[in-house]
Design a protein around this ligand. Structure first.
Ligand code: PLP
Length: 388
């Protein structure tokens, strides 16, 4: 009985020489065997490389890291269990007590909350809203160590001049971190323009199917090594190899998804711009001449997440509009196959909306992979219902 039970417990040997799958293996393991004691000694002395434990590295995660680093034109990348895992690991690695962090414009809400929380570790921060990149430098202090931003930003999708930020910051020894989730590595490569660290939430376009939560940091080998040592191995927000595999699969269709969604986006914007019930659209294509110049300079294409403001909105109009939509789902997140809508107004947060410089009727809309005519007739119908 004991012998037969042990079959359940054997460490299996697979012959890796006799098969080559087109789709990569999901190396779903926490730990890896050493060949023998000598190997164990050499690997620990870093005389030889071997995978040892998935929190320290895993072949499926590594495959994804290599691809994302190449796409972002960076030297190295590190995956994380979520976008916030990537953001917190980067900031906690690069900042120390006594430092000051500048947050520019309307970045992702949880990123702002995280940086504000760091005051309990003696890291102060200033959240600023600028319309011109140069204004950022008025807020720099002697102890400013990080400028954290998005371009385009969340909610208003405002662009900043990446080269101005990187040039100024390099002169002062300030780290620059951009959350590049909106653009994906296909539409904008901030490292090429001198930004130090690029972060993506892989839960959005990269995964692309609304089925994973994940994140990545891409930078120089030197900075990634530091982030791995502290922010990954010690803070420990390790991505599951299963999710890395799903992200690898998502990446294969990222170029065609973006192309299709950009075409639909353009049609939807054309429709919304003509509709008198729409007060304004926030998107790099609609944010004015100066913004459009920055978009031309830095973007190779457009993401399909945008802000739309309903004219003279009140809670009743917002409710009727959202509940009348059939092909836009009311849900958090974005970047998947399906069109989504979310309103900044959540029923009892009017003060917060004002504080953030947003308007009551502001919606965040995500254009998915559905047919453009279907989406446009859905929007038209919902506007008719909302303003009946
Ligand atoms: C979703 C999102 C994040 C957070 O990513 P998670 O994977 O949900 O942790 C960060 N930044 C932006 C711009 C996002 O859209």
């Amino acid at each position: 009985m004991k012998d037969i039970e042990n079959v359940c417990l054997e460490v299996d040997e697979l012959d890796f020489d006799n098969y080559s799958p087109i789709s990569p293996d999901i190396v779903l393991t926490s730990s890896f065997k050493f060949k023998n004691f000598d190997h164990y000694v050499k690997v620990n002395a870093k005389e030889e490389f071997a995978y040892t434990y998935t929190r320290d590295g895993n072949p499926t995660l590594n495959l994804l890291e290599t691809k994302l680093a190449r796409l972002e034109k960076g030297e190295a990348a590190q995956m994380f269990a979520s976008g916030m895992g990537a953001i917190s690991a980067s900031i906690l690695t690069l900042a120390k007590a006594g430092d000051h962090i500048i947050i520019v414009n309307t970045v992702y809400g949880s990123s702002i909350k995280l940086i504000k929380q760091l005051s309990k570790f003696g890291i102060e921060s200033t959240k600023i809203d600028v319309s011109d990149t140069l204004e950022i430098f008025d807020y720099v202090k002697n102890n400013t160590s990080i400028i954290y931003f998005e371009s385009p930003s969340s909610q208003k999708f405002e662009m900043l001049d990446l080269e101005l930020i990187s040039k100024f910051s390099k002169d002062k020894g300030i780290f620059t971190i951009i959350d590049n989730t909106w653009s994906t590595p296909l539409l904008q490569n901030p490292l090429v323009h001198g930004i130090d660290v690029v972060i993506h939430s892989c839960s959005k376009y990269i995964g692309g199917h609304s089925d994973i939560v994940g994140g990545v940091v891409i930078s120089s080998k030197k900075i990634i090594d530091e982030i791995v040592e502290f922010g990954q191995v010690l803070l420990g927000a390790t991505m599951s190899p299963m999710n890395a595999w799903l992200a690898l699969r998502g990446l294969r269709t990222l170029p065609v998804r973006l192309k299709s969604q950009q075409e639909t986006l353009q049609q939807v914007i054309n429709f919304l711009q003509e509709d008198p019930r729409i007060e304004r659209i926030y998107h790099p294509l609609c944010n004015g001449e100066q913004q459009s110049e920055l978009a031309h300079k830095y973007l190779k294409g457009y993401g399909s997440l945008l802000g739309v403001v309903l004219k003279d909105a009140n809670p009743e109009i917002i409710k009727r509009f959202i509940d009348s939509l059939e092909h836009f789902t009311l849900a958090y997140s974005w970047g998947g196959f399906e069109s989504l809508v979310m309103s900044v107004y959540k029923g009892n947060n009017i003060n917060e909306i004002k504080e953030r410089g947003l308007s009551l009727g502001q919606l965040r809309m995500y254009i998915g992979l559905e047919d453009n005519e279907l989406l446009i007739s859905d929007l038209k119908n919902a506007l008719d219902q909302a303003y009946q």
